[in-house]
Design a protein around this ligand. Structure first.
Ligand code: SF4
Ligand code: SF4
Ligand code: SF4
Length: 181
């Protein structure tokens, strides 16, 4: 669960992916200038296959380990037989961005992170600042985080994931999924 008082609520609906930024795909609708975020609204269907993580690691971050992905899947724990998806919640403002001393992490308009790997000094401050442990550091200290590109969505065999459109970021707005288009 997010640490209290850090995350703003969102109101979202689904839309297309069409922007490449800093060598990675970033979701944006050029007509309406609305951003997208990755959501996991149907994790009750998840079978823990890690296809989403592998797709992200392989296609977005150019690594082979599912640990180097913007989305990581784990057991819900306890008596539950379910799975949880750990991914960036697109904070606005983003604590990871505030913590980054070099500008390698900068604020994405609408929430979340724009990553410039060339500026990263592997200090790990972004990972320590994230309230939901959404930034993974590999053994060399390289950070991996979801950039809300939506590449993983089509690799899920059970339609657990969804790229959703940010409609507003004001206080009191709510995060809702209105179905993929
Ligand atoms: S990675 Fe940054 S923007 Fe995403 S949930 Fe963590 S602190 Fe928030
Ligand atoms: S939306 Fe993109 S960056 Fe985020 S987990 Fe899916 S593939 Fe990775
Ligand atoms: S691809 Fe879908 S079913 Fe497989 S682990 Fe990811 S969310 Fe779960």
């Amino acid at each position: 669960m997010p640490k209290a008082g850090i995350l703003q609520h969102l109101h979202v609906k689904a839309g297309p992916v069409d922007k490449v930024q800093v060598g990675l795909h970033v979701a944006r609708n050029p007509m309406e200038e609305r951003m997208k975020i990755l959501t996991a609204p149907r994790m009750d269907r998840c079978i823990g296959c890690h296809s989403c993580s592998l797709a992200c690691a392989r296609l977005v971050h150019r690594h082979l380990s599912w640990d180097t992905a913007g989305i990581r899947i784990s057991s819900s724990g306890g008596l539950s037989t379910g799975f949880e998806a750990r991914t960036c919640l697109a904070c606005l403002p983003a604590p990871c961005v505030v913590a980054c001393p070099t500008g390698a992490y900068s604020q994405r308009r609408g929430g979340g992170v724009v990553v410039k790997k060339s500026l990263c000094i592997r200090c790990g401050e972004c990972a320590r600042a994230c309230p939901v442990d959404a930034v993974y550091l590999d053994p060399a200290g390289e950070p991996f985080v979801c950039i809300h590109c939506g590449r993983c969505v089509s690799f899920c065999p059970h339609d657990c994931l969804e790229l959703a459109e940010l409609e507003a970021r004001g206080e009191g707005d709510r995060l809702t999924e209105e179905g993929a288009s």
